[in-house]
Design a protein around this ligand. Sequence first.
Ligand code: TRP
Length: 335
Amino acid sequence: MKRIIFSGVQPSGNLHLGNLLGAINPWVNLVNTSSNENDFIFCIVDLHAHTVPQDPKLLREKILETSAIYLAAGIDPKKAHVFIQSENHDHSYLAWLFDCVTPYGWMTRMTQFKDKSAKQAEGTTVGLFNYPILMAADILLYDTTHVPVGEDQKQHVELARDIAEKFNHTYGDTFVLPEPQIGKENARIKSLQNPAKKMSKSENDPLGTVNLLDTPDEIVKKIKRAVTDSGTQVETGYDPEGGISNLLDIYAASTGKTKTEAVGELTWLQYGAFKEKVAEAVVAKLKPIQDRYREIRNDEGYLMSILDDGRDFSIGKSGKKIEQVKEKMGIGRVG
Ligand code: TRP
């Protein structure tokens, strides 16, 4: 059966090694190993980015940067559609209609909102609360069957499914019920400074995160300063939640080896020599992506044409869905 695979990425902040090894790489593999009948749609969700305050100039830059990094990392635009969410107005349009279908009680259960609003306190906007509804619109507009996301987004995909079910029940069959596709085997890279936490765009300590556009010197410096376990050399009995384990994961994912292979290769190395190996592997992994990234950014015409094609494809598809929705809900005029 034909699959439609949709996922979104926020253009806020710098993309980092955790994004590459945990999300972008698995997507690239998914696209490259998929049969041709499937559709892949990757959306740069700039409307979602505004759930926290944004610098307008920087956001515009990040939208292009993020799109170019996806292509540079190997998303093949002949096999996948890449577009910018705000360029297709159907997303925010359908989000409003879903606002009117979704019970408030469902929304109050969203754990990510609870965590984020607790941190943002007075700064919390209605947009942050509504964020999963816009995400449901993103997904459901395209008859998406599979949504590859991290564990933290599973509840949002399930909400999209519930909204689709409720809509179908109320107005008749309209939306396909999507499934979250959680890459259990995807690398989960932790902060270099705090291995209890995910590597993250919003981390305060810049030494914790390797950004995809960092120079080799920056990468080496950050990995040299990474937190280790309490010993002096890599041991087979490393702490599975500790800094050494995280560096082993980074090495394995950067070289395409399994963790067991990485352990076999690197145990008994002193921490200093071990970190040099890890840094070397990361630099080697990022170099071709960075080179390709620069080529793409120096050829704006190429990037624009891919984003134009992505936009046209998305509008063509979502427009038909919106027509069905309007008819079922009785809004606008007939014909
Ligand atoms: N909420 C997702 C995140 O922060 C991004 C996103 C927006 C998304 N719309 C989506 C992911 C649709 C998958 C499908 O990671």
